[in-house]
Design a protein around this ligand. Structure first.
Ligand code: ZN
Length: 675
């Protein structure tokens, strides 16, 4: 029997693939990739850029294709079998990756080329690739003597365990708490749906009345709507003190151990701190730069945050006689104030955003900016009948990319929205191999009586993912590992976030935001309301985000060996960012999973960083016209097509003519008016 995944294929052969094809295809592709890598490592010729660095980048092509089909399906159209196979093949794939990083013969060759780099006459892209390849080894300890390598492995193993324990404790703390209410008046203010959910939850635990927990779907509505201030306080303190109760689920020791081990690891590898280690491969480059960035933004956003706080405090005083606003009042009064200031709900906007119109709109925006055209095709193999397929052509009419669009929820599709690809772009043997890009979302589906009508949030999500999609479609690089969205982490959201800006512009909305029944264009006062409500309390939000970034940098950007008290260390890091009275019962660090469990250590700043980039980039469009060809072409030539072939700051400067400045974000976020 033929395995379609092991036959050469261009478009993913979905209709021929059966579950039992995956595992053997992945195993055989790993063997093939291993043989390719061994051949590079054992090459009798002296190592040079082509036979080592470039060869490594092209190796494992079949494995890439097969695993991208497999893991994309595991996200968008999975089932028990696929999930089980994923469990089985994941260790094989990480073992394969480890084999490469630990291959000393291979590293020797890479290092030889790296050491000659100044005499090799490499172009910019090749230098980038050489750097990337070399660092993949050196950052994992390939240059260390055996005893230090051993210590590095110990640290990595210990860190992996600690991160797991940290996360398990947060989860256990979340699950442990429950607020059982038996008096209906305690739920006053909650919308019917939230009340029903609370009653349902109580029922599943065989309790009468209502149950409120620390899970977001339960916690958020209660904090937003419950009129009982004491109960909000109780819930808020429980939420804020996860991992901070001095019991077996306490995370303070874990936090200290993680910070100290990361520091030791960084020092072992020759870096001053963990942040120096992480930021070496980021656009922001150094902890100093990140700290300056956060501080500058804080100084400029603080007056707006204080004004927001005063407005909220005055409002709470006026309607409920609250003298001192507390953390547990924040969501409650913000929601009420927001309703008072903007009566804007999804239902009013949705008729203007029929899915087909929005897709057509985003295509038109891409056409006006980059000259792209999209042709829906029906003869392409797809993994589900809901998936739409398009051929994308450039301004010359040349084929650019295949585009899969999969918009609605299904059992078997995970939540959220993402861009991915089934095939990356690269050049080889004089051929420019074009990519197959995909957007997967979970938008409101159509019903028997109504087409799919999107909320405004879904509209911006569609533009966002399509922005990532353009980064993939317009890719034009030589080496696959530098292509498309393979860029530094704090740069990858620029194309996606910048595209969201068009959703707020009259000239763009005119292209597609027409009422699905009457054809009437969305009234501009509605658009203005959307804009105004988007900047509601932006000062407070910004300062809150900055406080998290500063805490992250405090833990990772300095020597943590002297730290003994998590709470007082945290309070010091938060100094200058707090608007509400301090609560000694709570601690952020002990449940800050982003940085102590997930991959955001020394990276939390990147949320704001990306916003600064996209606001600054869009300001350039605004200045010259949002469909200005010259600006769009620069964006395509220097950002979208370049992937990771050059330092992102260099690329950005070529596009913009200068480094990004924070002013455009301050302006867009409405942070200047109260300064
Ligand atoms: Zn994104």
């Amino acid at each position: 029997m033929k395995n379609p995944l092991l036959e050469p294929f261009d478009m993913a052969p979905f209709s021929q693939i059966k579950n039992e094809h995956f595992k053997p295809a992945i195993e055989e592709s790993i063997s093939l990739a291993k043989a390719e890598i061994e051949a590079i490592a054992n090459n009798k010729e002296a190592p040079n850029f082509q036979n080592t660095i470039a060869a490594l980048d092209y190796a494992g092509y079949q494995l890439d294709r097969v695993t991208s089909v497999f893991f994309n399906l595991n996200s968008a159209e999975t089932n028990e079998h696929i999930q089980k196979i994923a469990q089985e093949v994941s260790p094989l794939l990480s073992a394969f990756q480890n084999d490469i990083t630990l291959n000393e013969g291979l590293f020797k060759r890479v290092k030889t080329v790296y050491e000659q780099k100044n005499s090799l006459d490499l172009n910019g892209e090749q230098q980038q690739l050489l750097d990337k390849r070399y660092k993949a080894f050196s950052r994992n300890g390939a240059n260390l003597p055996e005893d230090k390598k051993e210590r590095l492995r110990e640290i990595d193993a210990e860190l992996a365990k600690l991160k797991l324990t940290f996360g398990e404790n947060v989860l256990a703390e979340t699950n442990k708490f429950q607020m059982h209410l038996t008096d209906e008046s305690d739920l006053a203010g909650l919308p019917e749906g939230a009340k029903e959910a609370a009653a349902q939850l109580a029922k599943t635990k065989e309790l009468d009345g209502w149950l409120i927990t620390l899970d977001y779907p339960s916690y958020i509505p209660f904090m937003k709507y419950a009129e009982n201030r004491e109960l909000r306080k109780k819930l808020s303190l429980a939420f804020g003190s996860k991992g901070f109760h001095g019991d077996e689920l306490d995370n303070q020791k874990n936090v200290l151990k993680i910070a100290k081990l990361r520091f030791e690891r960084a020092q072992l590898l020759g870096y001053a701190t963990h942040a120096h280690y992480v930021l070496e491969e980021r656009m922001a480059e150094t902890p100093e730069k990140v700290n300056n960035f956060l501080q500058e933004l804080l100084t400029k956003a603080k007056p707006a945050a204080e004004a927001d706080f005063k407005q909220l405090q005055d409002f709470a005083k006026e309607i409920d006689g609250i003298d001192q606003l507390q953390k547990w009042d924040s969501a409650f009064y913000s929601e009420k104030l927001k309703q008072k200031l903007f009566d804007l709900d999804d239902e009013t906007l949705k008729p203007y955003f029929k899915l087909e119109n929005v897709i057509d709109g985003v295509f038109k925006v891409a056409e006006k900016l980059f000259g792209l055209s999209f042709k829906e095709v029906t003869n392409i193999d797809k993994y589900h009948e809901d998936v739409k397929t398009f051929e994308v052509y450039d301004a010359n009419g040349d084929f650019l990319s295949l585009f899969y669009a999969d918009f609605h929820p299904r059992p078997g599709k995970r939540g959220g929205a993402w861009m991915t690809s089934f095939k990356s772009q690269f050049r080889k043997d004089g051929k420019n191999v074009r990519p197959h890009v995909s957007n997967v979302c979970n938008f409101t589906p159509s019903t028997a009586s109504k087409p799919s009508l999107l909320t405004f949030n879904e509209v911006t999500t569609l533009f966002h993912e399509f922005g990532h999609g353009l980064h993939g479609m317009l890719a034009d690089t030589t080496y696959p590992s530098l292509s498309g969205t393979s860029v530094y982490w704090d740069f990858v959201e620029l194309p996606s976030q910048v595209l969201e800006n068009w959703c707020y512009e009259k000239e763009a909305l005119e292209l597609f935001a027409h009422h699905y029944e009457t054809g009437e264009l969305i009234p501009m006062e509605l658009v203005q309301k959307i804009k105004d409500s988007a900047t509601f309390q932006e000062g407070m939000q910004t300062v809150r985000q900055l406080s998290f970034g500063l805490l992250d940098m405090a833990w990772h950007g300095q020597d943590p060996t002297h730290i003994t008290n998590v709470k007082s260390f945290e309070s010091k890091a938060f100094a200058g960012t707090q608007l509400y009275p301090e609560t000694p019962e709570t601690c952020m660090s002990t449940s800050f999973s982003h940085i102590f469990q997930g991959g955001y250590a020394s990276g939390y700043y990147s949320y704001k960083w990306a916003e600064v980039l996209d606001a600054d980039a869009f300001a350039y469009f605004k200045e010259k016209g949002i469909f200005n060809k010259e600006v769009a072409t620069k964006f395509k030539d220097y950002v979208l097509s370049k992937g990771g072939t050059a330092n992102p700051m260099e690329l950005y400067k070529k596009f913009r003519g200068a480094e990004p400045k924070i002013e455009a974000l301050l302006e867009r976020a409405g942070l200047l008016k109260s300064a």
